[in-house]
Design a protein around this ligand. Structure first.
Ligand SMILES: Cc1ncc(C[n+]2csc(CCOP(=O)(O)OP(=O)(O)O)c2C)c(N)n1
Ligand code: SF4
Ligand SMILES: [Mg+2]
Length: 296
Protein backbone atom coordinates (compact mmCIF):
# COMPACT_ATOMS: atom_id res chain seq x y z
CA UNK A 1 0.00 0.00 0.00
CA UNK A 2 1.23 3.54 -0.80
CA UNK A 3 2.47 5.32 2.32
CA UNK A 4 0.32 8.23 3.41
CA UNK A 5 1.75 11.31 5.14
CA UNK A 6 1.13 11.20 8.88
CA UNK A 7 3.39 14.13 9.79
CA UNK A 8 1.83 16.44 12.34
CA UNK A 9 2.45 20.15 12.07
CA UNK A 10 2.23 20.50 15.83
CA UNK A 11 1.48 23.87 17.28
CA UNK A 12 1.76 25.74 13.95
CA UNK A 13 -0.06 29.08 14.03
CA UNK A 14 -1.59 28.22 17.39
CA UNK A 15 -0.66 31.38 19.29
CA UNK A 16 -2.12 33.81 16.76
CA UNK A 17 -5.03 31.64 15.62
CA UNK A 18 -8.27 33.28 16.83
CA UNK A 19 -10.19 29.99 16.56
CA UNK A 20 -7.99 28.23 19.14
CA UNK A 21 -9.33 28.16 22.71
CA UNK A 22 -7.78 27.03 25.96
CA UNK A 23 -11.03 25.30 26.93
CA UNK A 24 -10.26 21.97 28.59
CA UNK A 25 -11.59 19.07 26.53
CA UNK A 26 -13.08 15.83 27.80
CA UNK A 27 -11.38 13.83 25.03
CA UNK A 28 -8.98 11.00 25.91
CA UNK A 29 -5.26 11.64 25.26
CA UNK A 30 -4.44 10.27 21.80
CA UNK A 31 -7.99 10.61 20.46
CA UNK A 32 -8.21 11.45 16.75
CA UNK A 33 -10.65 14.26 17.56
CA UNK A 34 -7.74 16.52 18.55
CA UNK A 35 -6.21 16.43 15.11
CA UNK A 36 -9.58 17.03 13.43
CA UNK A 37 -10.08 20.10 15.64
CA UNK A 38 -6.55 21.33 14.87
CA UNK A 39 -7.09 20.82 11.15
CA UNK A 40 -10.33 22.82 11.22
CA UNK A 41 -8.68 25.61 13.25
CA UNK A 42 -5.68 25.81 10.96
CA UNK A 43 -7.75 25.70 7.76
CA UNK A 44 -10.05 28.51 8.89
CA UNK A 45 -7.08 30.63 9.95
CA UNK A 46 -5.15 29.96 6.74
CA UNK A 47 -8.18 31.02 4.71
CA UNK A 48 -8.40 34.18 6.81
CA UNK A 49 -11.85 33.51 8.25
CA UNK A 50 -12.76 35.19 11.52
CA UNK A 51 -14.62 33.47 14.40
CA UNK A 52 -17.69 35.66 13.81
CA UNK A 53 -17.93 34.33 10.20
CA UNK A 54 -18.29 30.68 11.19
CA UNK A 55 -21.10 28.56 12.64
CA UNK A 56 -20.30 25.07 13.94
CA UNK A 57 -23.32 22.80 14.49
CA UNK A 58 -23.24 19.35 16.06
CA UNK A 59 -25.45 16.65 17.55
CA UNK A 60 -24.41 14.55 20.56
CA UNK A 61 -21.28 12.46 21.14
CA UNK A 62 -17.56 12.92 21.72
CA UNK A 63 -17.09 14.37 18.24
CA UNK A 64 -20.15 16.56 18.70
CA UNK A 65 -18.45 18.37 21.58
CA UNK A 66 -16.16 20.09 19.10
CA UNK A 67 -18.13 23.39 18.95
CA UNK A 68 -17.26 23.84 22.66
CA UNK A 69 -13.56 23.78 21.83
CA UNK A 70 -13.41 26.29 18.98
CA UNK A 71 -13.93 30.05 19.13
CA UNK A 72 -16.81 30.49 16.67
CA UNK A 73 -20.60 30.54 16.76
CA UNK A 74 -21.81 27.13 17.94
CA UNK A 75 -24.96 25.06 18.25
CA UNK A 76 -24.66 21.76 20.15
CA UNK A 77 -28.06 20.23 19.42
CA UNK A 78 -29.86 16.91 20.02
CA UNK A 79 -28.59 13.47 19.09
CA UNK A 80 -28.83 13.04 15.31
CA UNK A 81 -30.43 16.45 14.88
CA UNK A 82 -27.55 18.65 13.74
CA UNK A 83 -28.88 18.84 10.18
CA UNK A 84 -32.37 20.24 10.92
CA UNK A 85 -30.83 22.78 13.30
CA UNK A 86 -28.32 23.77 10.62
CA UNK A 87 -31.16 24.07 8.10
CA UNK A 88 -33.01 26.53 10.35
CA UNK A 89 -29.81 28.47 10.95
CA UNK A 90 -29.03 28.72 7.23
CA UNK A 91 -32.56 29.78 6.32
CA UNK A 92 -32.35 32.49 8.99
CA UNK A 93 -28.88 33.72 8.11
CA UNK A 94 -26.86 32.25 5.25
CA UNK A 95 -23.95 34.62 5.66
CA UNK A 96 -22.13 32.23 8.03
CA UNK A 97 -19.71 29.60 6.78
CA UNK A 98 -21.63 26.60 8.06
CA UNK A 99 -20.09 23.38 9.37
CA UNK A 100 -21.53 20.29 10.96
CA UNK A 101 -19.07 18.29 12.98
CA UNK A 102 -20.40 15.06 14.47
CA UNK A 103 -19.79 11.36 14.90
CA UNK A 104 -20.58 8.30 12.80
CA UNK A 105 -23.34 7.27 15.21
CA UNK A 106 -24.83 10.73 15.40
CA UNK A 107 -24.75 11.23 11.62
CA UNK A 108 -25.47 7.81 10.14
CA UNK A 109 -27.41 6.19 13.02
CA UNK A 110 -29.64 8.53 15.03
CA UNK A 111 -29.35 11.16 12.28
CA UNK A 112 -29.55 8.75 9.33
CA UNK A 113 -32.92 9.99 8.15
CA UNK A 114 -31.75 13.60 8.15
CA UNK A 115 -28.49 12.61 6.47
CA UNK A 116 -30.35 11.05 3.54
CA UNK A 117 -32.90 13.79 3.13
CA UNK A 118 -30.37 16.57 3.45
CA UNK A 119 -28.59 15.13 0.43
CA UNK A 120 -31.86 15.67 -1.45
CA UNK A 121 -32.21 19.22 -0.08
CA UNK A 122 -28.56 20.17 -0.59
CA UNK A 123 -27.93 22.70 2.16
CA UNK A 124 -24.72 24.61 1.57
CA UNK A 125 -22.48 23.29 4.35
CA UNK A 126 -19.37 21.26 5.15
CA UNK A 127 -20.17 18.10 7.11
CA UNK A 128 -17.14 16.61 8.87
CA UNK A 129 -17.99 13.16 10.21
CA UNK A 130 -15.55 11.85 12.84
CA UNK A 131 -15.92 8.21 11.86
CA UNK A 132 -14.32 6.14 14.64
CA UNK A 133 -16.55 3.16 13.81
CA UNK A 134 -17.91 3.08 17.35
CA UNK A 135 -20.21 4.90 19.75
CA UNK A 136 -17.46 6.57 21.81
CA UNK A 137 -19.37 8.71 24.30
CA UNK A 138 -21.60 5.86 25.46
CA UNK A 139 -18.57 3.64 26.01
CA UNK A 140 -17.98 1.57 22.95
CA UNK A 141 -21.13 0.02 21.49
CA UNK A 142 -21.06 -0.88 17.80
CA UNK A 143 -22.08 1.99 15.51
CA UNK A 144 -23.49 1.90 11.96
CA UNK A 145 -19.95 1.74 10.56
CA UNK A 146 -18.61 -1.03 12.84
CA UNK A 147 -17.57 -4.08 10.82
CA UNK A 148 -19.68 -7.22 10.83
CA UNK A 149 -18.28 -9.67 13.41
CA UNK A 150 -16.25 -7.01 15.27
CA UNK A 151 -16.42 -7.50 19.02
CA UNK A 152 -17.34 -4.46 21.09
CA UNK A 153 -18.11 -3.78 24.74
CA UNK A 154 -21.78 -4.49 24.03
CA UNK A 155 -21.60 -6.92 21.11
CA UNK A 156 -19.40 -9.41 23.04
CA UNK A 157 -19.65 -12.07 20.35
CA UNK A 158 -19.40 -9.68 17.43
CA UNK A 159 -21.62 -7.30 15.46
CA UNK A 160 -24.39 -9.09 13.62
CA UNK A 161 -25.30 -6.28 11.21
CA UNK A 162 -23.59 -5.41 7.96
CA UNK A 163 -21.81 -2.06 8.23
CA UNK A 164 -23.23 0.98 6.49
CA UNK A 165 -20.97 2.42 3.79
CA UNK A 166 -21.51 6.18 4.15
CA UNK A 167 -19.58 7.33 1.10
CA UNK A 168 -21.22 4.81 -1.24
CA UNK A 169 -24.62 5.71 0.22
CA UNK A 170 -23.97 9.43 -0.26
CA UNK A 171 -22.89 8.96 -3.88
CA UNK A 172 -25.87 6.74 -4.64
CA UNK A 173 -28.24 9.41 -3.23
CA UNK A 174 -26.73 12.14 -5.40
CA UNK A 175 -24.53 13.97 -2.87
CA UNK A 176 -22.55 16.54 -4.85
CA UNK A 177 -19.29 16.36 -2.86
CA UNK A 178 -18.11 13.15 -1.22
CA UNK A 179 -14.62 12.80 0.24
CA UNK A 180 -12.75 10.63 2.67
CA UNK A 181 -9.80 11.52 4.87
CA UNK A 182 -7.94 10.42 8.01
CA UNK A 183 -7.31 12.28 11.26
CA UNK A 184 -3.78 10.86 11.19
CA UNK A 185 -2.99 12.76 7.97
CA UNK A 186 -3.74 16.41 8.84
CA UNK A 187 -2.22 17.77 5.64
CA UNK A 188 -4.66 15.72 3.60
CA UNK A 189 -7.54 16.52 5.92
CA UNK A 190 -6.91 20.25 5.57
CA UNK A 191 -6.86 19.91 1.78
CA UNK A 192 -10.21 18.13 1.91
CA UNK A 193 -11.72 20.76 4.22
CA UNK A 194 -10.53 23.51 1.85
CA UNK A 195 -12.02 21.73 -1.16
CA UNK A 196 -15.29 21.14 0.71
CA UNK A 197 -15.45 24.81 1.75
CA UNK A 198 -14.95 25.88 -1.86
CA UNK A 199 -17.85 23.65 -2.96
CA UNK A 200 -21.30 25.29 -3.12
CA UNK A 201 -23.68 22.74 -1.60
CA UNK A 202 -23.60 19.82 0.81
CA UNK A 203 -20.03 18.57 1.14
CA UNK A 204 -19.48 15.36 3.11
CA UNK A 205 -16.04 14.42 4.46
CA UNK A 206 -16.00 11.05 6.20
CA UNK A 207 -12.89 11.22 8.40
CA UNK A 208 -11.39 7.99 9.71
CA UNK A 209 -10.63 8.66 13.36
CA UNK A 210 -9.14 6.25 15.90
CA UNK A 211 -11.00 5.93 19.21
CA UNK A 212 -8.04 4.87 21.37
CA UNK A 213 -10.23 3.90 24.30
CA UNK A 214 -13.03 1.80 22.83
CA UNK A 215 -12.01 0.67 19.36
CA UNK A 216 -8.95 -1.56 19.54
CA UNK A 217 -9.43 -2.89 16.01
CA UNK A 218 -9.54 0.28 13.87
CA UNK A 219 -6.42 1.83 15.37
CA UNK A 220 -4.13 4.55 14.01
CA UNK A 221 -1.91 1.80 12.57
CA UNK A 222 -4.90 -0.08 11.11
CA UNK A 223 -5.94 3.02 9.15
CA UNK A 224 -2.39 4.04 8.24
CA UNK A 225 -1.62 0.58 6.84
CA UNK A 226 -4.72 0.61 4.64
CA UNK A 227 -5.23 4.23 3.56
CA UNK A 228 -4.05 5.31 0.12
CA UNK A 229 -4.43 8.51 -1.88
CA UNK A 230 -6.90 8.34 -4.74
CA UNK A 231 -4.75 8.58 -7.91
CA UNK A 232 -4.82 11.90 -9.77
CA UNK A 233 -6.13 10.04 -12.80
CA UNK A 234 -9.47 9.54 -11.01
CA UNK A 235 -12.21 11.67 -12.57
CA UNK A 236 -14.45 12.73 -9.63
CA UNK A 237 -17.32 13.47 -12.01
CA UNK A 238 -17.40 9.81 -13.08
CA UNK A 239 -20.18 8.56 -10.81
CA UNK A 240 -19.84 4.89 -11.69
CA UNK A 241 -16.10 4.85 -11.00
CA UNK A 242 -16.62 6.92 -7.83
CA UNK A 243 -19.17 4.37 -6.62
CA UNK A 244 -16.75 1.54 -7.36
CA UNK A 245 -13.98 3.31 -5.43
CA UNK A 246 -16.36 3.96 -2.55
CA UNK A 247 -16.86 0.19 -2.21
CA UNK A 248 -13.17 -0.21 -1.38
CA UNK A 249 -12.58 -0.41 2.36
CA UNK A 250 -10.70 -2.36 5.01
CA UNK A 251 -8.09 -4.87 3.91
CA UNK A 252 -8.72 -3.91 0.27
CA UNK A 253 -7.43 -0.41 1.14
CA UNK A 254 -9.17 2.86 2.07
CA UNK A 255 -9.19 5.45 -0.73
CA UNK A 256 -8.59 8.97 0.54
CA UNK A 257 -9.51 12.08 -1.40
CA UNK A 258 -12.47 13.41 -3.37
CA UNK A 259 -14.45 10.43 -4.58
CA UNK A 260 -17.26 12.34 -6.26
CA UNK A 261 -18.03 15.94 -7.24
CA UNK A 262 -20.98 17.39 -9.11
CA UNK A 263 -22.36 20.94 -9.33
CA UNK A 264 -25.96 21.21 -8.10
CA UNK A 265 -28.36 23.96 -7.07
CA UNK A 266 -28.59 24.45 -3.31
CA UNK A 267 -31.47 24.44 -0.82
CA UNK A 268 -31.59 28.25 -0.67
CA UNK A 269 -31.37 28.62 -4.45
CA UNK A 270 -34.34 26.28 -4.84
CA UNK A 271 -36.61 28.45 -2.69
CA UNK A 272 -36.90 31.62 -4.75
CA UNK A 273 -39.43 33.22 -2.40
CA UNK A 274 -36.71 33.34 0.29
CA UNK A 275 -35.04 36.19 -1.56
CA UNK A 276 -33.01 37.18 1.50
CA UNK A 277 -32.12 35.56 4.84
CA UNK A 278 -35.02 35.52 7.31
CA UNK A 279 -33.15 37.91 9.64
CA UNK A 280 -33.33 40.53 6.90
CA UNK A 281 -37.15 40.59 6.93
CA UNK A 282 -38.49 43.60 8.85
CA UNK A 283 -40.58 41.58 11.31
CA UNK A 284 -40.89 41.84 15.06
CA UNK A 285 -41.69 38.85 17.32
CA UNK A 286 -45.09 40.47 17.99
CA UNK A 287 -45.97 40.18 14.27
CA UNK A 288 -46.55 36.49 14.88
CA UNK A 289 -49.88 37.36 16.58
CA UNK A 290 -51.25 38.75 13.30
CA UNK A 291 -50.10 35.67 11.39
CA UNK A 292 -51.78 33.34 13.90
CA UNK A 293 -54.99 35.39 13.66
CA UNK A 294 -54.95 34.97 9.87
CA UNK A 295 -54.68 31.19 10.19
CA UNK A 296 -57.23 30.43 12.92
C1 LIG B 1 -31.95 9.87 21.25
C2 LIG B 1 -30.69 9.43 21.93
N1 LIG B 1 -30.26 8.17 21.78
C3 LIG B 1 -29.12 7.77 22.37
C4 LIG B 1 -28.40 8.64 23.12
C5 LIG B 1 -27.14 8.17 23.79
N2 LIG B 1 -25.97 8.57 23.05
C6 LIG B 1 -25.33 9.74 23.29
S1 LIG B 1 -23.92 9.92 22.40
C7 LIG B 1 -24.16 8.42 21.67
C8 LIG B 1 -23.16 7.88 20.72
C9 LIG B 1 -22.48 8.86 19.85
O1 LIG B 1 -21.63 8.17 18.97
P1 LIG B 1 -20.96 8.91 17.76
O2 LIG B 1 -21.92 9.80 17.10
O3 LIG B 1 -20.29 7.89 16.91
O4 LIG B 1 -19.90 9.87 18.47
P2 LIG B 1 -18.55 9.55 19.24
O5 LIG B 1 -18.89 9.62 20.69
O6 LIG B 1 -18.07 8.21 18.81
O7 LIG B 1 -17.64 10.67 18.80
C10 LIG B 1 -25.34 7.81 22.10
C11 LIG B 1 -25.81 6.49 21.65
C12 LIG B 1 -28.86 9.96 23.25
N3 LIG B 1 -28.17 10.88 23.91
N4 LIG B 1 -30.01 10.33 22.65
S1 SF4 C 1 -13.84 7.61 23.99
FE1 SF4 C 1 -12.83 7.42 22.02
S2 SF4 C 1 -13.79 8.98 20.70
FE2 SF4 C 1 -14.22 9.51 22.84
S3 SF4 C 1 -12.61 10.93 23.44
FE3 SF4 C 1 -11.98 8.87 24.08
S4 SF4 C 1 -10.75 8.13 22.35
FE4 SF4 C 1 -11.93 9.87 21.60
MG1 LIG D 1 -18.31 7.42 16.81
Amino acid sequence: MVNINTTFEGEKNKSDNPFVTNNPTSWCPGCGNFSILDSINQTLHELDYKPQDVLMVSGIGQAAKLPHYIRAHGLNTLHGRAIPAAMGAQAANDTFKLFITSGDGDTYGEGGNHFMHNIRRNLDLVHIVHDNQVYGLTKGQGSPTTAMGQKTRLQFDGMRHDPLNPVALAISLGCGFVARSFSGDPKHLKEMIKAAMAYKGYALIDVMQPCVTFNHVNTFKWYKDRAFYIPETHDPTDKVRAFELAQTFGDAGIPMGILYREEKSTFMQRIPHIDRPLIAYPRKPSDIDGLIDQMV
